[in-house]
Design a protein. Structure first.
Length: 142
């Protein structure tokens, strides 16, 4: 396994929908090591992180993680920011965050043993209340 990273800006601001989905292919599982969220605008919001009950249908605005070490095999884990049908809400959130109404406020969640995303599965950041654009940075071991 090797370390990969990605930085994206969320754009789906619909309450009770995912703003970001991280998902694996049928070929690999991934372990999220760290996830940070930085708010772009100055309004309070509540976000949750967890495993959706079902992945998105027709995910869009796709981006693939990049390797931290040049020459390593290409990552296959991806993120999606838009969806034909949003992923479903997690039954239980692994993390929640209630932000202050301040531009640049953020949170860093670490997972010392990795938050495992099994083969052909995913994790989401969920818009619990008012949703704002955020910069999201994720480090994985894939």
């Amino acid at each position: 396994m090797a370390i990969g990273s990605i930085g994206v800006r969320t754009s789906n601001l619909t309450i009770t929908q995912a703003s970001l989905q991280i998902y694996t292919t049928a070929a690999v599982r991934a372990a999220i090591l760290e996830l940070s969220i930085i708010q772009v605008t100055g309004t309070a919001q509540s976000l949750g992180f967890g495993r959706p009950q079902a992945l998105a249908v027709t995910p869009g605005t796709l981006a693939t993680f990049i390797r931290d070490e040049p020459g390593s095999p290409v990552c296959v884990t991806q993120t999606s920011l838009t969806f034909g049908t949003s992923p479903t809400v997690p039954l239980v959130f692994a993390r929640r965050w209630n932000s202050a109404a301040t531009i640049g406020v953020g949170v860093v969640w670490t997972f010392p043993r990795g938050f495992i995303i099994p083969v052909s599965a995913g994790a989401v950041i969920w818009n619990i209340t008012t949703a704002l654009a955020c910069d999201v940075n994720v480090a994985i071991d894939e």
